[in-house]
Design a protein around this ligand. Structure first.
Ligand code: ADP
Ligand code: MG
Length: 255
């Protein structure tokens, strides 16, 4: 469904992704891990078609998204929901206007119909539907992030949801709520998720396949067993600082 093939890309003269290839099948999910600056968010930008590779290709459902006409790209983008780190809600609009934004703008549904859909979606993300008239600034960080998920779900009915650092800056309870929601998207709604995170203890609970990035290189792509047994120095170097928080899941001796 999503395939990067030998992708090299940079913003200036230096490449920040170097010959990156991976393949995500329908229904599969991936956690993208790696140090800050290793190119994780850039991968999401390329999947959304916000940038095009210097060389190599990004395929979605078999089509090279950088060779597409705008209309076709917009159709592809409708299948992809993106949740940015801060939630990126419209501050001057109520929760209901945020979640229903695309429906209000682009559908011919009545206000009452849209409001009903918004309420159902707020319930889906475990928020009280009565917050519909509140402003984003009145909500906690964890609630804002769930509102952002509700908006992405209602706007595009996505097959794929991209999350950039979804739990960064949240307290433990809010983190757990967001993790539960992502699990629900995968298991109940059968949506593929791609999650960028450096909170790897959380990450290990969220998916079955992992990518590790280092300095723009993909240094690992595989399942938890592969991660446990990887002999690659970059992978060991990346995991070692987290050994206390991941020891149980990893069952691996760090020396
Ligand atoms: N808009 C931009 N312009 C120039 N350089 C950028 C831009 N965005 C990211 N970079 C650089 O690209 C590299 C990878 O960034 P990024 O993909 O955001 O890493 P990560 O998400 O893993 O922290 C970093 O060195 C970063 O400074
Ligand atoms: Mg990033």
């Amino acid at each position: 469904m999503i395939r990067l093939e030998n992708v090299t890309f940079g913003y200036n003269t230096e490449p920040v992704l170097k010959d990156v290839s991976f393949n995500i099948e329908p229904g599969e999910s991936r956690i993208i891990m790696g140090p800050s600056g290793s190119g994780k968010s850039t991968i999401l930008r390329l999947i959304l078609g916000l940038d095009c590779p210097w060389s190599g290709q990004v395929f979605i459902d078999g089509d090279d998204i950088c060779g597409m006409k705008l209309k076709q790209l917009q159709k592809i983008r409708k299948q992809i929901g993106m949740v940015f780190q801060d939630g990126a809600l419209f501050d001057s609009m109520t929760v209901g206007e945020n979640v229903g934004y695309y429906q209000f703008e682009y559908s011919k549904k009545s206000v009452a119909e849209i409001e009903e859909e918004v309420r159902q979606m707020l319930e889906f993300v475990n928020l009280d539907p009565d917050i519909i008239d509140r402003l984003p600034e009145e909500l906690s960080g964890g609630m804002r992030r769930r509102v952002a998920v509700a908006r992405a779900m209602l706007s595009t009915q996505p097959k794929i949801m991209l999350f950039d650092e979804p739990t960064t800056g949240l307290d433990p309870l809010a983190t757990q709520n967001v993790l539960n929601l992502i699990t629900k998207l995968r298991e109940v709604s059968k949506i593929s998720v791609i999650i960028v995170t450096h909170q790897i203890a959380d990450a290990l609970k969220l998916a079955d396949k992992f990518i590790v990035m280092k300095n723009g290189h993909l240094v690992f792509d595989g399942d938890i067993d592969g991660l446990r047994s990887s002999e690659r120095q970059e992978v060991i170097d990346f995991l070692t600082p987290f050994k206390n928080s991941v020891a149980e899941v990893m069952r691996r001796d760090f020396t």
